[in-house]
Design a protein around this ligand. Structure first.
Ligand SMILES: [Zn+2]
Length: 452
């Protein structure tokens, strides 16, 4: 039980740092997202392990959103760019003027907004304080949620784009990034250039890569190909044992979604520090996860949770962080549902009771809130617990209210309807109501909106 709490807190911990550090960036998101719709990011990066710096360029293809074409200053494109130093911005052969204030990059487009697709190229470098983590002793580097800290982008969960990631890395490194490996080329400077490409558009916080001195095990005995990257502390037999349940996780979520895992490959990475992160097509977790599962085959909460996010969180994403429970509450419920299916009802009950204990303490302290936050800019640890634990309990109670058969059919209908889209709580409620044929207004008032 303690382990469950630990794993659950691990994601809380990361989101705490994300939320705390991204206050300024998130403020900028509101404007940035309303200006353009990004279509594709083509990013090339060269991480420098010893200096813990990154240099690169990103080519962004976008369109102005229709509403902005009438706005007088709408030819200014706003991007989130963390603390990166911007070297140049060009469109074709034209240099564009730009300015950077706080974490916002403002680019003046030469002409008034139109309906055409535009392609701009931004050259940058920087030493990110977060969002890109270097572990020099282990020779590992990986991205962590705050994409705009290592690549100018729109850091908004409602904005989706396809991505191509090119990485120049030392030859002995193994690497995973979004989508599929397109090419691997040895460069004259002794490095290797990897090109990965993700065709299905995803929100920018799910863009990323992990690279380093890893041991690699590949299981291509079925679809999707499963790939495991860990530090060399684990041998091949250890790795196969740690990830022995990945296929059963995939099969369970595919069945409940009614949609197969959408990519050709899924990779699980264990880095030599704490981490708990879903990314498009892979997950990054800490080595401690591997050790726990090695000793207890049921301690797979975190691994299953990150696999579940490939459906609920990644493919179906909260439209705003204010409705983060749609990612994490539903993700936590699906994790418990997997544990129930794989290890029995008792494991489910223990997970549920752990969430109830935390939620009841919050409620008794008078800190219960609606699962839709006014402003998810500076959440407390109790707010994060509400999103994960109350969100899990609410989804559990919805299953209790509808009964297994009706609930799972409605949940599958919701998943299919909003596949590869960003959703609101109202979308979820309406989909569950339409499929079950029942009004859930009273249920959502009680469990989600906290209306009396
Ligand atoms: Zn999660």
């Amino acid at each position: 039980m303690r382990l469950l709490t630990l794993f659950s807190s691990n994601e809380h911990l990361i989101w705490r740092s994300f939320a705390a550090l991204c206050v300024a960036t998130l403020t900028a998101f509101t404007y940035a997202a309303s200006t353009i719709d990004t279509l594709h990011y083509d990013v090339q990066l060269e991480p420098d392990m010893s200096a813990q710096r990154v240099s690169g360029r990103v080519v962004i293809r976008f369109q102005f959103t229709a509403q902005d074409t009438a706005t007088w200053n709408a030819n200014v494109v706003e991007l989130d760019a963390g603390e990166l130093e911007i070297i140049s911005v060009t469109e074709g052969k034209r240099s564009l003027s730009f300015s950077k204030r706080d974490k916002r990059l403002s680019i003046v487009m030469p002409d008034a907004p139109d309906k055409r697709e535009h392609t701009i190229r931004i050259v940058f470098n920087g030493k990110p304080k977060f969002g890109l983590r270097f572990l020099p002793n282990a020779e590992q580097v990986f991205t962590e949620f705050s994409t705009s800290e290592w690549m100018p982008c729109i850091d908004e969960p409602s904005d989706r784009a396809s991505v191509s990631i090119t990485l120049d890395l030392p030859r002995r490194y193994k690497v995973v990034a979004n989508g599929d490996l397109q090419s691997r080329t040895h460069l004259p400077n002794g490095k290797t250039r990897y090109v990965w490409r993700q065709i299905t558009p995803i929100p920018s916080y799910l863009l990323g890569f992990a690279a380093g001195v890893f041991r690699e095990v590949v299981d291509d005995s079925a679809k999707p190909t499963l790939r495991y990257l860990t530090s060399t502390a684990f041998d091949e037999d250890d790795i196969r044992k740690i990830f022995t349940e990945t296929r059963s996780m995939m099969a369970f979520f595919e069945k409940k979604a009614g949609i197969p895992y959408p990519e050709k490959q899924y990779t699980q990475v264990l880095v030599s520090d704490w981490a708990a992160q879903e990314i498009g097509g892979f997950a990054v977790m800490g080595e401690s996860y591997g050790r726990r599962v090695f000793n207890d085959e049921r301690a797979v909460w975190l691994g299953a949770h990150e696999v579940a996010h490939q459906w609920w969180g990644n493919a179906i994403t909260n439209v705003s962080w204010n409705e983060f429970w749609l990612n994490e509450g539903i993700g936590s419920f699906m994790t418990a549902a997997y544990l129930e299916d794989r290890f029995g009802r008792e494991t489910y009950e223990r997970t549920l009771n752990a969430a109830r204990t935390k939620y009841n303490a919050i409620r008794e302290a008078g800190k219960d809130k609606s699962l839709i936050f006014d402003n998810w800019l500076n959440p407390t640890s109790q707010d994060r617990s509400l999103v994960y634990d109350k969100g899990f309990i609410a989804t559990h109670e919805l299953r209790e209210t509808l009964g297994n058969e009706v609930f799972w059919k409605a949940f599958r209908d919701y998943t299919k309807k909003y596949w590869n889209q960003s959703v609101t709580t109202r979308d979820f409620q309406q989909a569950m109501e339409a499929s079950s044929g029942r009004s859930l207004a009273a249920f959502f008032d009680e469990w989600v909106y906290l209306r009396k």
